[in-house]
Design a protein around this ligand. Structure first.
Ligand SMILES: Nc1nc2c(ncn2[C@@H]2O[C@H](COP(=O)(O)OP(=O)(O)OP(=O)(O)O)[C@@H](O)[C@H]2O)c(=O)[nH]1
Ligand SMILES: [Mg+2]
Length: 298
């Protein structure tokens, strides 16, 4: 491994699937199945362990407390093949989706996050397929309703300053803004190695024929602005897109699936990524995006 991130920041709006993914990765990395595993348990594992326990019991871990701005989970990882003689520390930082709304509305950055913007890092933007909370990209009529027309035209009125909040704006706008803010801060601090990943969670909730679409093409339809942003890639970060399913099906809405899942919870979950032939590869190692973010070749 020639490059290694010290921090992996999980960024996304409420209900994007960040915490359940973190919990599923935790379960994966405690096993010996993948190329990396947890070498030493973090001092405070309660946050991720509780979430993982919910998954083991066939439930989704609850949404993160909206006031929780920053929750670091410090993992020490070691290659599974090394016999576990030493580990490399990497921080996976989660927070509530509402925190990212606040970042957008008030340009608020917590000191907790700040220190990660001074060292090699990866930023993973999370978006959950088919989530009710997603706000779709705007057509021009909806845009006009939300932000009004410039008053100089004599028709329509601009809304009072500050009345457009992140909650009402398309999810892709909030994600692009968050990414820009983090990337700008990191480059200002002289950080040269940055990876930027987009992770579409709940891949199992996409209609079956769409599940074979490369994640980038899925994003191009769902979030054109975000796609343009990562393709233009103004910061020069290394970019990759992924689809993941933390549970391999819907535990909340599909009782039949849940019964099957409960027989062996950690057998479910996967990641998908595009391959060089323009198709996708499904990887049984759900942690694949994290391994890439941590510096793997992917
Ligand atoms: N079908 C399906 N649904 C999922 C999956 N992962 C998460 N979900 C759904 O997404 C919801 C939100 O997931 P969370 O992990 O809490 O999302 P979050 O981004 O941490 O949300 P906040 O903490 O509010 O920011 C869950 O309650 C599930 O209903 C998945 O792999 N498949
Ligand atoms: Mg959460």
């Amino acid at each position: 491994m020639t490059w290694a991130a010290d921090s992996i920041l999980l960024v996304g709006c409420p209900s994007a699937g960040k915490t359940n993914y973190l919990a599923r990765v935790w379960l994966e990395m405690r096993s010996d199945r993948g190329p990396m595993r947890i070498f030493r348990l973090p001092r405070d594992a309660a946050y991720v362990q509780q979430a993982a326990n919910a998954l083991l019991q066939g439930r989704y871990a609850p949404r993160t407390d909206r006031d929780l701005a920053y929750k670091p989970v410090e993992l020490s990882l070691t290659p599974t093949s090394s016999g576990g003689e030493s580990g490399r520390d990497v921080v996976l930082a989660d927070g509530s989706g509402e925190y990212w709304y606040q970042v957008f509305d008030r340009r608020l950055r917590q000191p907790g996050w700040e220190k990660h913007l001074r060292r090699p890092l990866a930023i993973l933007l999370f978006y959950r397929a088919s989530a009710e909370e997603n706000v779709a990209p705007l057509d021009w009529i909806s845009y006009q309703k939300l932000v009004g027309l410039p008053p100089t035209k004599g028709e329509g009125q601009a809304p009072p300053a500050g009345s457009v909040s992140a909650e009402n704006l398309p999810t892709q706008v909030v994600l692009v803004e968050a990414a820009q803010l983090l990337l700008r801060a990191a480059t200002e601090h002289g950080v040269r190695h940055i990876r930027l990943g987009v992770v579409v969670t709940g891949w199992d909730a996409i209609p079956t024929d769409g599940q074979t679409t490369p994640p980038l093409e899925y994003l191009r339809k769902e979030m054109p602005l975000l796609t343009q942003f990562i393709e233009a890639n103004p910061s020069g970060a290394e970019v990759r897109t992924f689809g993941v399913s933390s549970t391999g099906g819907d535990l909340a809405a599909d009782g039949e699936f849940r019964a099957k899942y409960l027989e062996h919870p950690t057998a479910f979950g996967y990641a998908v990524a595009s391959n060089r032939r323009g198709g996708i590869d499904q990887n049984a190692n759900v942690a694949f995006p994290i391994l890439w973010a941590a510096g793997g070749d992917g």
